[in-house]
Ligand binder design. Structure first.
Ligand code: SF4
Length: 293
């Protein structure tokens, strides 16, 4: 298999077959991210892609879901996505869906009719690292798009019937900003249809821009309890039926919830943690983290 550089797939794609479609990230400017610092963006050639499919076919000829790796394979043009999706189906005849990471920017250059066709070819399951739906937080994080962009582009996915998943990151707004970020993000996400939302919590790594800002005194990180309160606020303000996963290692206290059914239970559970665990113990946990969770 042609895996180069850092290979990253979300925990919920653990049962998918993985294949490298691209490597690196087309953007590379998010201030909290150190994932692809030393890698340029590269699209795997069709030859490489086919060789990998040949190998997968030998071991998992009946694979039903394939995850394309790379920070944002959806950055490929419609034609390139189409060619690769059809090629997957040539090799893996039982494949029902192909999932990948996508940025809001990657959807911009695609028309709804193209998205519909990609959906019909099996591309279904875009993990979108929105991180927030609050304009100030998006700007602070250097995401390069606004809440209005998220709304406009994801509505196109809704129209085309492509399933997508959001990421929300607690702590990203900095000290004192969690409440505003949670309310505005929940308001935005509630106008869309993310199949589920996964939650991470900001962990500062020394090779990031945000870390440099902390040292310069231009960014003050949120405390751990503020982040849990932010998560409570986010959950309380979400007005859609969705599944929330806040169980990656970057979350001090892992929770999952079906919303709105489990809203009250999970908010109380978080309150119990806030009331019984000290800020210092929570900080010790975060200092031990070695990579983005
Ligand atoms: S968060 Fe995603 S889009 Fe932003 S720089 Fe990192 S890999 Fe690229």
């Amino acid at each position: 298999m042609h895996f180069t550089g850092r290979t990253w797939r979300p925990p919920y794609e653990a049962h998918s077959v993985i294949i490298q479609a691209t490597s690196g990230c087309t953007y590379g400017k998010c201030r909290f991210c150190n994932l692809y610092k030393d890698e340029g963006f590269r699209m795997s050639s069709l030859e490489e892609f086919e060789e990998d499919l040949e190998e997968i076919k030998r071991y998992q000829p009946y694979a039903r879901r394939v995850f394309w790796t790379g920070a944002n394979p959806f950055a490929m043009s419609y034609e390139n996505l189409k060619l690769r999706a059809l090629t997957v189906r040539d090799y893996l005849i039982k494949c029902q869906s192909m999932a990948m990471f996508a940025s809001i920017r990657d959807i911009r250059d695609k028309e709804v009719w193209q998205l519909r066709k990609l959906r019909a070819m099996g591309i279904n399951g875009l993990s979108i690292g929105t991180e927030s739906g609050d304009d100030d937080t998006l700007a602070l994080a250097g995401k390069g798009y606004t809440a209005a962009d998220i709304l406009e582009q994801c509505r196109k996915l809704d129209e085309a019937g492509i399933e997508y998943y959001f990421v929300y990151m607690t702590g990203l707004a900095g000290k004192g900003g969690g409440y505003r970020n949670a309310v505005n993000s929940a308001k935005l996400f509630s106008q869309l249809n993310p199949y589920f939302i996964s939650v991470d919590s900001l962990t500062l790594f020394s090779d990031t821009e945000l870390y440099r800002m902390v040292r310069e005194g231009t960014f003050t990180p949120a405390g751990e309890k503020e982040r849990l309160q932010e998560l409570q606020t986010f959950i309380q303000n979400l007005r859609i039926r969705t599944h929330l996963f806040a169980n990656s290692v970057s979350n001090f206290y892992p929770i999952t919830a079906y919303l709105p059914k489990e809203r009250e239970a999970v908010v109380s559970e978080l309150q119990h943690v806030i009331d019984t665990v000290s800020e210092e113990d929570m900080e010790v946990y975060r200092k031990k983290l070695k990579g983005l969770g």
